[in-house]
Design a protein around this ligand. Structure first.
Ligand SMILES: NC(=O)c1ccc[n+]([C@@H]2O[C@H](COP(=O)([O-])OP(=O)(O)OC[C@H]3O[C@@H](n4cnc5c(N)ncnc54)[C@H](O)[C@@H]3O)[C@@H](O)[C@H]2O)c1
Length: 266
């Protein structure tokens, strides 16, 4: 028997959201769900060419979040087109295949590449969006972080610690701007089926093994992260700031000493 599971609906009409890395994966689901709920959506990404076209009404801004100038332009273009920025979702991050190595095998170039996008990029976007939000005395910033910012794994020498820093960025900025009508929160996904994860599945033991690691026994969908951003950035979460929401199929609660579930036969 299927029991009712409950549902929520959002009305984001009149709200303007700027999403980084929204051309594919989690960011794309965020753009599409915000658009469906009535928001005006701007998407900044460094690559719109190798993906299916985004819905026409989404403002596409080609840029790289590791460049402070590009971040400034992304905020300015969004304000030019839609009038302001109400919500910033910091989502663009990289986890290259060659980054699955311990720290002593890192090149300075690889280190700089990951920190410039995953750490500096979040700060550059925030600093420009915050100027707009401070002027209007309202706004929400949501950092997309990771379960690997809470509990680490082998061979995520830069990615994991930086995700922890992204959680702390949201806490620090949330505290700093709380009395200016601005909330800053973060969402930490577990394993979600996106191009990033597909490209590194072998490094994570394959799809079945990855799914089996989470108590729910499956990999999550990008829409399940987008749904969390809708709630975290809505008025229903008006007393929620400077905190993180894990959306991870329960993996953060599972101790390393717990017996793993047996892998499904096929
Ligand atoms: N997929 C997962 O399992 C998972 C788990 C935990 C956290 N996350 C986080 O979720 C976010 C999205 O991950 P995803 O799996 O959708 O990634 P993805 O690689 O599938 O998509 C990332 C998007 O960001 C864009 N991008 C990358 N660097 C950029 C830059 N410097 N400037 C502008 N755009 C850039 C890419 O072009 C791409 O469109 C990331 O912050 C990631 O760390 C993902």
């Amino acid at each position: 028997m299927t029991r009712p599971a409950g549902s929520v609906s959002y009305d984001n009409s009149g709200r303007i959201v700027l999403v980084t890395g929204g051309a594919r994966g989690i960011g794309r689901a965020i753009c599409e769900q915000w658009l469906r709920t009535g928001a005006s959506v701007a998407c900044m990404d460094r690559d719109f060419k190798s993906v299916d076209a985004l819905p026409e009404s989404i403002l596409q801004i080609c840029g790289d979040t590791s460049s402070d100038e590009d971040c400034q332009r992304a905020v300015a273009d969004t304000v030019d087109r839609f009038g302001t920025v109400d919500v910033l979702v910091n989502n663009a991050a990289v986890q290259p295949r060659d980054s699955y190595v311990p720290i002593h095998d890192y090149t300075v170039e690889l280190w700089n590449r990951i920190t410039s996008v995953n750490l500096s990029g979040y700060a550059f976007m925030a600093r420009h969006a915050l100027k707009v939000m401070l002027a209007q005395e309202s706004g929400v910033i949501c950092n997309i972080c990771s379960a690997q910012g809470h509990r680490t794994a082998r061979e995520v020498a830069a990615y994991g610690p930086i995700k922890a820093a992204n959680i702390l960025q949201a806490k620090q900025w949330g505290v700093e701007y709380a009395r200016h009508g601005i909330r800053v929160v973060s969402v930490s996904p577990g394993a979600i089926l996106t191009p990033m994860v597909q490209a590194t599945l072998d490094a994570q033991g394959g799809a079945a093994a990855l799914a089996n690691r989470a108590p729910v026994g499956r990999i999550g969908q990008p829409e399940e992260i987008a749904a969390a951003t809708l709630w975290m950035c809505s008025s229903a979460a008006s007393f929620v700031t400077a905190t993180d929401l894990l959306v991870d199929g329960g993996i953060d609660a599972l101790a390393a000493f717990a017996d793993p579930w047996p892998l499904p036969e096929n």
